[in-house]
Write a protein that binds this ligand. Structure first.
Ligand SMILES: Cc1cc2nc3c(=O)[nH]c(=O)nc-3n(C[C@H](O)[C@H](O)[C@H](O)COP(=O)(O)OP(=O)(O)OC[C@H]3O[C@@H](n4cnc5c(N)ncnc54)[C@H](O)[C@@H]3O)c2cc1C
Length: 393
């Protein structure tokens, strides 16, 4: 017996649940399949358990994609204000952190429960622990084979997410479905992920583990100013996660350890003011003392400010404000918060999220080549793309 639905959604995560709610509200029969034992696992672990569910400012510039305009349509039709209205209707307490990031006061579970209750109310069926072994398409329907049954639907929505955190259920299944139907997948890599030390740096920097400080990171024409955290394996913290999504293997990044000052100018001024300090003591006012010998030689640190030449001032400024850091690599999908790359957006309608060449096949959320910055942008993309597809499936 073939179980027939109007819509089958593969993936009971952020985008899949949002799409299911909207489609079911339109009267479509909706089945959500997931191989995991629980729905929305990434929602539960997000934002340190408090889910950074959206951001007060959401622009296309907050996303990476080979098709930079693709995300605009969905983001403008289901905005951060629309999601916030759902949160407020449900009376979920939330707060703003820096850069407009919105978090639950209590728990990410509040967001997941809101979505699951809305699914239940709209009549969505969610079937967990279900692996799909094959998908076939005939002219007007898709047939899916699971271990125990054959399912059929008019609209098939792929909401399988990215590759990050495999132990939470991430798989490349969505990319395989795309390829099966002749849809290109852009190269994928871990995004929003810490950098690891080169072997030679590891010994030098390991004792800084635990140190956190605000810095600016510059890579190509991208730059972010936020906290950096030294770890025993490399560097992490929000500023590192942000730049990691842009970084290409083998490249260096520039670190400005004093983003709120012009060190060259300050050193010249200190000379004019006849400040009788050694370089080490002067810099220790602004930077952790144990960092200094790793950046400047003992001879330079021991000089008096008044004895510094112009060239030496330039050198000190360069070492501290343009510290060239070469990562060995990243921590990879094991700890990444996002996947960069994915199903090629050129093959997908930005309005409906349907594949241009395969009627009835939709891709939403992180499986697509749309990657948000840290700060609630990935969830906003999941909600927006899921909502838009939900109006059409
Ligand atoms: C640790 C961590 C913290 C994060 N914190 C935030 C945050 O605070 N704010 C933010 O905006 N973003 C955050 N993100 C990113 C955000 O979680 C994702 O971008 C978002 O969940 C993507 O939604 P999605 O629906 O595309 O995929 P997911 O939510 O990942 O859902 C995909 C679903 O598909 C299922 N699936 C996968 N393969 C198969 C298969 N073969 N068969 C059946 N089912 C399958 C999975 O089990 C999963 O349930 C975080 C990510 C991580 C890893």
């Amino acid at each position: 017996m073939i179980k027939k639905m109007d819509v089958i959604i593969i993936g009971a995560g952020a985008s899949g649940l949002m799409c299911a709610i909207e489609a079911a509200k339109r009267g479509r029969s909706v089945l959500v399949l997931d191989h995991a034992n629980k729905a929305g696992k990434k929602i539960l672990m997000s934002g340190g358990g408090r889910c950074n569910f959206t951001n007060y400012t959401v622009e296309a510039e907050n996303y990476l994609s080979e098709n930079a305009h693709f995300c605009k349509s969905a983001l403008s039709r289901f905005t951060q204000w629309d999601f916030l209205a759902m949160v407020q209707d449900r009376a979920i307490a939330y707060h703003e952190r820096e850069h407009g990031q919105l978090f639950c006061n209590e728990s990410a579970r509040d967001i997941l429960n809101m979505l699951l209750d809305a699914c239940h109310k709209a009549g969505v069926k969610i079937q967990l622990k279900t692996a799909i072994s094959s998908i076939q398409k005939t002219v007007d329907q898709f047939t899916l084979q699971t271990e125990t049954e054959t399912l059929a639907c008019e609209s098939l929505v792929v909401a399988t997410g990215g590759l990050s955190i495999p132990k939470m259920g991430a798989t490349p299944f969505g990319y395989q479905i795309a390829k099966q139907f002749g849809i290109a997948v852009t190269p994928t890599k871990a995004g929003l992920v810490p950098f690891t030390w080169l072997a030679t740096d590891k010994e030098k920097f390991a004792h800084l583990s635990g140190l956190a400080m605000p810095v600016s990171l510059h890579y190509q024409d991208h730059h972010f100013t936020e906290n950096l955290l030294f770890t025993h394996r490399g560097i992490s913290g929000p500023v590192v996660l942000q730049i990691s999504s842009y970084w290409q293997e083998g490249d260096s990044i520039d670190i400005d350890l004093l983003p709120s000052m012009d060190l060259g100018q300050a050193l010249h001024q200190a000379q004019k003011d006849k400040i009788k300090l050694k370089v080490s003591n002067y810099l220790a006012q602004f930077l952790p003392k144990k960092l200094l010998p790793l950046l400047l030689s003992a001879e330079v640190l021991d000089l008096f400010l008044l004895d510094l030449s112009h060239k030496q001032i330039d050198l000190i400024s360069e070492k501290i404000q343009q510290w060239k850091f070469k990562p060995n690599g990243t921590e990879g999908y094991r700890t990444a918060e996002a996947t960069v790359g994915g199903v090629d957006c050129h093959a997908i309608s930005s309005k409906t999220l349907e594949a241009n060449a395969v009627q009835g096949l939709y891709f939403i959320g992180e499986v697509l080549d749309v990657t948000g910055w840290l700060g609630g942008y990935n969830f906003q993309w999941a909600w927006a793309s899921g909502w838009c597809a939900g109006q059409c499936v």
